[in-house]
Design a binder for this molecule. Structure first.
Ligand code: EPZ
Length: 445
C-alpha cells in the first residue's frame, strides 16, 4: 500500500460519521425558554430510590443520556424502572444484584452514588471505581472513608470497591472537602444506619437539599441539609414516595448567558432564583440586567457595554464550577481584562483552546485564565471536551460572526434536554447534522 493510500485510509477512519451542531451566529434571541429538571438531582435521587422498600415516582426528570445510563445501571441491579409522561417510576422493592457492571459504571461517574444506598439497604455493594474524566481525576476516598467510619468494611480490588456492613452505625464524620457526591453518599447511607450521623463540612448545593427533602419524604430523619452540618437519625425502613425534583440551575444559567452574550432580552422560566445568586451577581457586575419577573421567572436585560470581571469557582454558595466555561465565553467579549480561577477541578479549562480558535484572547497560567476582551468572535469548527465546555461553545457560537460547527455532542447531550429545540424556540438558527465528517479533519485528505 502506498503512503498516500494509507493516509487516505487513516483519514477516512478518523473522519468517522459523528453528528455536529451547526450554529449561525449574530443571533438575536427573543421569547421565553422553560428550564428542565436538574440533571444532578435526578441522578442522585435515582440512586436514593434504592433506599425505599417500595416504588417511588420521580417527576420533572429530564430526558438526557445520563439519565438513560443511570436507568440501565439500576436495571442491572434488578430494580424495575418505567418512564412515564414527566418522570420515572423506580421500584427497588427487590434488589437482585449488588454489583454494578463495569461497562455501565465507566460511562457514568454518578453511578458511584449507588454505593451508599445499596450498602445501607442490602449490607453488600460492589461498585467499579468510576475513574477520572476530562475535568479531573475525580477520586472517591471521601465516600469510602466516610462509610468505613460508619462501620463498613471496604476494600478496593481489581478496580472494584467492595463494601460490606451488616448494619451501618451512625458516626461523626468530618469531610476534608465539601464534596457534593461524598455528602450525598453518606447522607443516604446514614438514613438507614443505626443511630445518629453528623456530617461536618458538608456540601451545601441545592441538589443536596433536594436529596434530603426526597429522603425525608420517604420517612428519613435528616436535618441541616443546605448548611455545613447535616444531622441524620437512622431509621429501619423507608417507604416509596411521589416526588418532583428541582429545576436545573446550570441549564438556567446557560440560557441567562445565551441572552446576555447575544444582547437579547429573553425570559427564563421554571427557575429557582435563589439557586442562581452567584451567577446573577456576576452578570450584574458585567453590566447585564437580570430582573425577577415572577416567583420562577427571570428576564435578561442586556446592557450597552459589558465590562470584564473576576470569577473564582467555589463550593456552593460560591460561584459554581459548572458555570465557569459559560461565563468565560461571555467574558471573551467584555471590555477589559478578566481573571477566572478554577479551584474545584484540576483540569477544567479544556474550552480555552476552542474559544481561542474563535478569536478569543485568553492566557492560561495554572488554574487561572486571563481573558482580554475582543470586539467579536468568529465562527469556526470547534470541539467540546466535556459537558459544560460544549455548552460554552454553543453560547459563543450564538454571538460569533458567521457559522460555527460543534462536534463532541455526546458531551452536550448528557446534560441538556432538547437544546436545539429550546434555542430555535428563542429564534436562534441551529441545526444538528447527523453523520458529518469531523470538521477538524476537513481538508486533511
Ligand atoms: C458533582 O460532582 C456534580 N455532578 C458535578 O457536575 C459538579 O461539578 C460537582 O459536584 C461540583 O459542584 C453530579 O452531581 C452528578 P465533588 P462530584 O465530589 O460530586 C474532589 C456537571 O457538569 N473530591 O464535589 O463528583 C474532586 O476531585 C458535573 O454536571 C475528592 O478529592 O463533585 C473535585 O476536585 C461535572 N475526593 C472536588 O472534590 C472525593 O472523595 C469536587 O468534587 C470526592 C471529591
Amino acid at each position: 500500500m502506498t503512503l498516500s493510500q494509507s493516509l487516505q485510509n487513516d483519514t477516512a477512519s478518523l473522519q468517522e460519521e459523528k453528528p455536529v451542531l451547526r450554529i449561525w451566529g449574530r443571533s438575536s434571541l427573543k421569547g421565553n425558554v422553560s428550564i428542565s429538571g436538574a440533571k444532578n438531582s435526578a441522578l442522585v435521587l435515582m440512586t436514593g430510590a434504592l433506599l425505599a422498600s417500595d416504588a417511588c415516582q420521580l417527576r420533572n426528570i429530564p430526558d438526557l443520556a445520563d439519565i438513560e445510563s443511570m436507568g440501565k445501571i439500576l436495571s442491572a441491579l434488578g430494580v424495575k424502572l418505567q418512564r412515564n409522561n414527566d418522570g420515572l417510576t423506580i421500584d427497588a422493592s427487590h434488589i437482585a444484584k449488588t454489583e454494578a457492571p463495569y461497562e455501565l459504571v465507566s460511562q457514568l461517574r454518578a453511578s458511584f452514588f449507588a454505593l451508599g444506598p445499596l450498602l445501607a439497604r442490602t449490607g453488600v455493594a460492589k461498585m467499579p471505581l468510576p475513574g477520572g474524566c476530562a475535568i479531573g481525576a475525580r477520586p472517591v476516598e471521601l465516600h469510602v472513608r466516610g462509610l468505613q467510619k460508619m462501620g463498613a468494611e471496604v476494600y478496593i480490588e481489581h478496580g472494584i470497591v467492595n463494601a460490606f456492613a451488616r448494619r451501618l452505625k451512625g458516626a461523626h464524620i468530618y469531610l476534608d472537602y465539601p464534596s457534593v457526591g461524598a455528602t450525598e453518599t453518606l447522607m443516604m447511607a446514614a438514613a438507614l444506619a443505626e443511630g445518629q450521623t453528623i456530617l461536618e463540612n458538608a456540601a451545601q448545593e441545592p441538589e443536596v437539599i433536594d436529596l434530603a427533602d426526597f429522603c425525608n419524604a420517604m420517612g428519613a430523619r435528616i436535618q441541616g441539609a443546605g448548611s455545613t452540618t447535616i444531622v441524620i437519625d437512622g431509621v429501619p425502613k423507608l417507604h416509596g414516595v411521589d416526588y418532583t425534583i428541582i429545576p436545573d440551575r446550570i441549564e438556567a444559567g446557560t440560557f441567562l448567558v445565551a441572552g446576555a452574550i447575544t444582547q437579547s432580552e429573553i425570559t427564563v422560566s421554571n427557575v429557582v432564583p435563589e439557586h442562581l445568586f452567584a451567577a446573577i451577581a456576576k452578570l450584574k457586575d458585567i453590566g447585564v440586567g437580570v430582573v425577577q419577573e415572577d416567583r420562577n421567572v427571570l428576564r435578561v436585560v442586556p446592557g450597552m457595554l459589558y465590562h470584564g470581571t473576576d470569577i473564582e469557582t467555589l463550593p456552593y454558595p460560591g460561584f459554581p464550577t459548572d458555570m465557569q466555561a459559560l461565563f468565560m465565553s461571555l467574558l471573551t467579549l467584555c471590555e477589559g481584562n478578566s481573571v477566572i480561577t478554577e479551584t474545584v477541578f484540576e483540569n477544567r479549562l479544556g474550552h480555552v483552546p476552542e474559544l481561542i480558535r474563535m478569536g478569543a484572547h485568553i492566557k492560561v497560567k495554572g488554574n487561572h485564565a486571563v481573558i482580554r476582551g475582543v470586539p467579536f468572535l468568529s465562527g469556526a469548527p470547534v470541539s467540546g471536551t466535556d459537558l459544560r465546555a460544549s455548552a460554552a461553545l454553543v453560547v459563543a457560537a450564538l454571538a460569533a460572526e458567521g457559522q460555527t460547527t460543534i462536534s463532541g455532542l455526546q458531551y452536550l447531550d448528557r446534560g441538556y434536554e432538547n437544546i436545539e429545540a429550546k434555542l430555535r424556540g428563542l429564534g436562534a438558527r441551529v441545526e444538528r447534522i447527523q453523520g458529518q465528517s469531523s470538521p477538524a479533519l476537513v481538508g486533511v485528505s
